[in-house]
Write a protein that binds this ligand. Structure first.
Ligand code: PRT
Ligand code: ZN
Length: 225
């Protein structure tokens, strides 16, 4: 548990969400001295510490109360929740707000030369993904009997490399699928970055600080509309 009296927020250290997280904190009035290699950045004007980690670690850090808040893609949040559910680990978080960045969709794709395919085509096929829990849930819901190949990177090359027949990966512009000769199918999950809070947070000072930040966040989001 984060037993310090400073609110601890986990954000992605370097990647697609980092810049937006940093500018959001700035817009909320949180002044930070972010030095490149530091894991923790202390705010100079509020009792807030920012922990910079890999995005995959953020939901767990918040679920376990190591951090009070976190900013993470819904794709990573939903996958971690399902994985923890399966192994019986704490997985509750309070979703405070959807954010206006990090939009992408988790979609199925297969080699373009096969042309349009129905869901039945996936029966007996191997699908490579970094999101096995979300994919397995989708396959169960759709009554598709396919096997799942877990890959943490380069998912888009799996069909060409003979590792799988199809993939289930994040897509934003679609350029990666196109460059790899893949055709996009059903969207399994639409995702944005979101702000999450530890479900058991009961420190009054931290809760009142969060209650001060949330209207500012609403203001920032409305100003963008
Ligand atoms: O190092 P760390 O583990 O923190 O970072 P990471 O490499 O796992 O994640 P990163 O930085 O790539 O993405 C962080 C989050 O950004 C994701 O979890 C999503 O919530 C969100 N996001 C938004 C995306 C994309 N868009 C996206 N396009 N994450 C990944 N991609 C990848 C996708 O996997 C594919 O390889 O981009 C490629 C497709 O992009 P297009 O534009 O060619 O379609
Ligand atoms: Zn990651």
């Amino acid at each position: 548990m984060n037993t310090t009296n400073r609110l601890r927020i986990a954000i992605q250290k370097s990647g697609r969400l980092s810049k937006d997280c940093q500018s959001l904190l700035k817009q909320l009035g949180v002044k930070l001295n972010l030095r490149e290699q530091r894991l923790i950045a202390h705010s100079t004007n509020m009792p807030i510490d920012v922990l910079r980690v890999r995005d995959d670690d953020i939901p767990g850090l918040v679920m376990d109360g190591v951090c009070d808040l976190g900013i993470v893609g819904e794709n990573v949040l939903v996958e971690t929740q399902a994985e923890r559910e399966r192994v019986g680990q704490a997985n509750a978080v309070k979703k405070l707000s959807k954010l206006d960045f990090g939009y992408c969709r988790l979609a199925l794709a297969w080699p373009q030369e096969l042309g349009q395919q129905s869901k039945d085509w996936f029966n007996g096929k191997r699908i490579a993904t970094t999101y096995p829990e979300i994919l397995k849930q989708y396959l169960a819901d759709e009554n598709i009997d396919a096997s799942v190949v877990m890959l943490t990177g380069s998912v888009e090359v799996a069909p060409r490399a003979g590792l799988a027949d199809a993939i289930c990966d994040l897509v934003s512009t679609g350029a990666t699928l196109e460059a790899n000769g893949l055709m996009q199918g059903d969207t399994i999950l639409e995702s944005n970055a979101c702000l999450i809070q530890n479900a058991n947070l009961n420190d009054d000072n931290k809760l009142s600080l969060i209650n001060k930040l949330l209207p500012r966040l609403k203001g920032v989001r409305q100003a963008k509309e």
